[in-house]
Design a protein around this ligand. Structure first.
Ligand SMILES: C[S@@+](CC[C@H](N)C(=O)[O-])C[C@H]1O[C@@H](n2cnc3c(N)ncnc32)[C@H](O)[C@@H]1O
Length: 242
């Protein structure tokens, strides 16, 4: 579980090696995921994004929890200057959290045992986990989501970003990453069932990263294809019943 402590120094380097063939660095993929999540959050609370986010009238920030946040690589995209968010990050690996703290003074960080989130029920408006569930043993998938649901307020959002096992390139990348040795990938359909089992109501399922290219045209292409279960990753959001 804490294997990421061992990869601390080479984490980004190893990811970049695994995806080098695509001609993009990890930051490109991080940005795509940030955009997807921010759009999902903004459907819950429109003032999270856009000009309102930076204004004084934006209202209270959306309180969001990033579970398995690692080094917090996505957190610069959730800086208060860009989004009306108040962010907490948590991980099982203490050393990566130290790095995240140094890089993102705007975020509060905690370390936990991987099972019981150290927060009271209904503490957040949203909880999300990016590329974490495939490191959680399948026997614990249900309880992982139940913990997410517990800490989110009624009407709030649970969002998961995962590798799409249907995409052959994703399979290949996972096989070439040393810290994915024990990974068990889950299909979006399986996650939908797990959402239902945890009492969550699926709101949105988007497949992302169809091409490794940046820019307006390719962004529109990605958006247009988001229904097609072939993207390299997927982003799913569910609502906690009121
Ligand atoms: C592939 S990394 C993803 C890091 C980050 N979410 C990102 O997208 O850059 C997976 C992370 O999940 C963490 N992790 C593994 N099992 C966990 C669990 N049960 N609860 C929380 N984090 C966990 C690891 O320590 C690692 O930091």
């Amino acid at each position: 579980m804490k294997e990421f402590d061992h990869y601390r120094d080479g984490y980004s380097q190893r990811i970049n090696q695994a995806i080098a063939f695509s001609g993009q660095t990890q930051d490109f993929y991080t940005k795509v995921k940030a955009r997807c999540l921010l759009e999902m959050f903004s459907r819950l609370r429109p003032s999270v994004l856009g000009s309102e986010a930076a204004s004084r009238d934006a209202g209270p920030p959306l309180e969001a929890l990033d579970i398995g946040c690692g080094q917090g690589l996505i957190h610069p995209y959730f800086h208060p200057s860009k989004a009306n968010l108040k962010l907490t990050g948590i991980d099982v690996a203490g050393t990566v959290i130290e790095e995240a703290k140094a890089a993102n003074p705007h975020v509060h960080y905690d370390v936990y045992d991987g099972e019981h989130l150290p927060y009271a029920g209904h503490s957040f408006d949203a909880a999300f986990a990016i590329a974490v569930m495939h490191h959680v043993p399948p026997a614990n998938w249900a309880s992982f989501l139940e913990e997410m649901r517990r800490v989110v307020r009624p009407g709030g959002l649970v969002a998961i970003v995962e590798h799409n096992p249907i995409n052959p390139l994703t399979q290949w990348i996972v096989k070439s990453c040393p810290f994915d040795e024990n990974a068990v990938l889950l299909r979006s359909g399986k996650l939908a069932k797990l959402f239902r089992g945890a009492g969550l109501i699926e709101l949105e399922r988007r497949f992302i990263i169809f091409t490794p290219f940046d820019g307006g045209f390719f962004r529109q292409l990605d958006d247009g294809l988001s229904w097609l279960p072939l993207g390299a990753q997927y982003c799913m959001a569910a609502r906690v019943p009121s």
